[in-house]
Design a protein around this ligand. Structure first.
Ligand code: URA
Length: 273
């Protein structure tokens, strides 16, 4: 069956469809040894040899993206010198070495992305890219409208003012209440410190969203692979963030950041764990 070339490349997990189109237009893709720059080109992937930058697309280690619902009292790292449980304990059956994208406190729970796509992880983690993260939190008592406004506009913490946040009331009980808070920074214990600064300690914290990803009804301690749609949305987000950062860098009279070529997962890292 004939399929558009960019779809075949994107289907390997190497790049988003948009990125694959850029590679094709830039003359980096060959089909049976010939450079193809025509975006409408259709190929039968079973019967042609496709290379990007001289490398056969099937020889690339595919990228793996996992979404884990980290339970409470589990380290968000892959190992812990203190012998506490880690997220690795929950990745049974995964033979590719994946790394957590960001951290959650030991006593926090919820959405964690793990991947072997190093460039993407770096982009999502870089403070300059401001990927939104939403937390469902249970706090002591109830916030006043003024406190909500303060949190949304920024509060003074010991490491400086926080950026804008969005706070949504979820529900209220006698002694405590539930809120959703979305922030675009990732400082240590940031949500807990923000709430403490307005006098309402956090009693429970669950990350429910990160960029285009949602925890949904994934059970505590369970993981799943991202869908193609989610993986593409994530790659597109990372590409957009990088592109807008490059535009800004070009406008400002600063040295240009070196951008590594998006592409192949390094098979060196793809050890069996
Ligand atoms: N903010 C916190 O305070 N803790 C987390 O685990 C994540 C965000």
């Amino acid at each position: 069956m004939e399929i558009r070339l960019q779809k075949v490349i994107a289907g390997t997990g190497l790049a988003s469809r948009r990125k694959a189109e850029e590679w094709i237009a830039a003359g980096r893709v060959t089909v049976n040894g010939k450079v193809v720059t025509e975006l409408g080109t259709k190929v039968d992937p079973e019967h042609v040899h496709i290379k990007v930058d001289g490398k056969h697309i099937s020889s690339a280690q595919p990228y793996v993206y996992l979404l884990l619902n980290k339970p409470k009292n589990v380290m968000s790292t892959l190992n812990d010198p203190g012998g506490r449980p880690t997220v690795k304990d929950y990745l049974r059956g995964i033979s590719v070495r994946v790394f957590p994208v960001g951290r959650l406190d030991f006593d926090s729970e919820g959405l964690m992305l793990l991947t072997n796509h190093g460039d993407l992880a770096q982009t999502l983690l870089h403070p300059r890219y401001h990927v939104p993260k939403t937390y469902l939190i249970k706090i002591k008592q109830v916030l006043t409208e003024e406190q909500i406004r303060q949190l949304e506009q920024g509060v003074e913490l010991e490491d400086g003012m926080t950026g804008p946040a969005v706070v949504k009331k979820v529900k209220k009980a006698k002694l405590n209440s539930w809120l959703e808070i979305t922030i675009r920074e990732g400082r240590q214990h940031q949500v807990k410190r923000m709430l403490e600064s307005v006098g309402h300690p956090v009693l429970k914290l669950t990350r429910i969203k990160m960029g285009p990803l949602s925890l949904g009804d994934l059970g505590s301690g369970e993981f799943r692979y991202l869908t193609d749609r989610e993986a593409n949305a994530l790659r597109e987000l990372a590409e957009q963030k990088q592109a807008s950062a490059e535009n800004t860098a070009q406008q400002a009279p600063k040295p240009k950041r070196r951008v590594s070529r998006a592409g192949w997962a390094r098979s060196k890292k793809a050890k069996v764990v």
